[in-house]
Design a protein. Structure first.
Length: 468
């Protein structure tokens, strides 16, 4: 029996990009990728490359059906598996005779179901005849699987062994802890130029090439630290075999320095550059990494399937857009009110300053009045009362004081009416802070998955901040 309690963990990351030439010619991405990785084992990675010939005009569907079928079949094989590392030969025979046949037949069955629900259209025949002539149509009518033709590569990682499965072109390379890069399955000498074996062949299961690697404790040090699985568009972007194999060592170094998630984030950029400056073909790359304790700080929760992850990103972005649209009018209204209150607050500060100045002037005037009154009383006691310049000055001072007191009264009224607006200012600021916090949390959630959206969102935030 397999030891289900081994502590070794493996994680997967990967992506698929549309080739530069396909973008120019407005051709869909004909590659597909799928993975299965739950809590523990097994880890299953499958990639497929739909044929680019005119006869394979539904190959993008064929490749998707291929990775779905491979994931299902290898998962079922693992669940029934009761082998240990001492029975590797038996495992190899079982996959060769049983699993390979069943996988190919299951794929053909899914193609039959798709054709029954989506019969070949007249426009598809017209395009095919225009490119390859009437004989091409006859070939597809004789073998309808040709329209869905695709290659398939699959890796199954269990507690005690790894299965490498390949039908057609593409590449599987392993990199050990020393950076040594090897191919578990040697290149197929039958594959010349653009010729390849394919799922669409009647005896496709006979063209499957396999390797089973022991992961028992005695050979764990020799097991790969990373496994790279790619469609042929990647290797064809390099000038030589040695240049391509060097990629394995480079990825291992980057993962050790930056972490698996950071490398996965940059994968689309790497692959687009390779396609634009190399093959021009679609490129799909999956990375399987054996996780050590030091790696865990770099690893986030793994999505079971890249397609599910992509769908989740789209849903999160849709939620973000909806929340933003709902909040934007409120936010703009609050910002407008805040500007008005800030202006009123400036006026309030000016009035308060005036109050202080006028209050000081009033106190000085009162002191001056009392002093003058005292002097006037002394003069009156010595002489007869008569109009004088001092009395005229006294009346003028009294009038000035009355005006100051009236101004102070008006300022007090203004302060009284401004108090509720000051309280409203604090309430509005609290509301703005809450809205900004909600937007920030949702943005951070999306940024984990979509760095390009993060960049745009950051620029938009900066613009709002400047406006505020």
């Amino acid at each position: 029996m397999v030891d289900r309690d081994m502590k070794t963990q493996w994680h997967f990351r990967g992506t698929s990009i549309r080739g530069a030439s396909h973008i120019r010619k407005e051709i869909v991405n004909q590659d597909a990728i799928s993975s299965e990785s739950g809590q523990g084992f097994p880890l299953i990675l499958a990639i497929a490359d739909g044929h680019g010939s005119a006869k394979s005009f539904r190959s993008h569907l064929g490749s998707q059906l291929a990775v779905e079928t491979a994931t299902e079949e290898f998962k079922g094989f693992y669940q029934k598996c009761q082998f240990n590392s001492q029975e590797l030969d038996f495992i190899l025979d079982s996959i060769t005779t049983d699993l390979s046949k069943h996988l190919v037949n299951k794929w053909r069955q899914k193609v039959d179901e798709h054709i029954n629900e989506n019969t070949f259209r007249e426009e598809e025949w017209t395009k095919l005849i225009a490119k390859d002539g009437e004989t091409a149509k006859q070939a597809v009518e004789k073998n309808p699987y040709l329209a869905y033709g695709a290659t398939l590569l699959t890796v199954l990682v269990t507690e005690s062994f790894i299965v490498y499965f390949q039908l057609g072109d593409g590449d599987i390379i392993c990199v050990d802890s020393q950076g040594n890069t090897t191919r578990p399955i040697p290149p197929d000498k039958r594959l010349i130029a653009n010729e390849t074996t394919s799922l669409c062949r009647e005896t496709a299961w006979k063209d499957v090439r396999l390797k089973v690697q022991d992961l028992s404790l005695d050979s764990l040090s020799k097991s790969p630290e990373i496994i790279l699985v790619s469609t042929d568009g990647y290797a064809n972007s390099f000038s030589s075999e040695s240049d391509f194999l060097q990629v394995g060592k480079d990825y291992l170094q980057m993962i050790r320095e930056q972490g698996l998630d950071k490398v996965a984030e940059d994968l689309p950029e790497f692959l687009n550059y390779s396609s634009e400056n190399g093959s021009g073909d679609d490129i799909t790359l999956g990375i399987i990494k054996r996780i050590f304790p030091k790696d865990k700080k770099f690893i986030s929760e793994v999505s079971k399937n890249p397609l599910e992850e992509e769908k989740k990103i789209e849903e999160d972005m849709s939620i973000k857009e909806k929340v933003t649209n709902d909040i934007e009018p409120q936010l703009q209204q609050i910002i407008s009110q805040q500007k008005e209150i800030i202006q009123e607050n400036k006026l309030l500060k000016t009035l308060l300053f005036s109050l202080v100045v006028l209050g000081a002037l009033g106190i000085l005037a009162n002191i001056r009045f009392l002093f003058f009154l005292n002097s006037a009383n002394s003069t009156v006691s010595k002489t007869e009362p008569s109009p004088s310049s001092e009395l005229i000055e006294l009346n003028k001072n009294i009038q000035d004081i009355n005006k100051s007191l009236e101004q102070i009264s008006e300022i007090k009224k203004t302060i009284y009416y401004m108090s509720p607006k000051i309280e409203l200012l604090y309430d509005e600021r609290n509301q703005i802070n809450k809205l900004n916090e909600s937007l920030r949390e949702l943005t951070e959630k999306i940024d984990i998955y979509n760095p390009e959206y993060r960049k745009n969102s950051s620029e938009k935030k900066d613009t709002r901040k400047e406006e505020s």
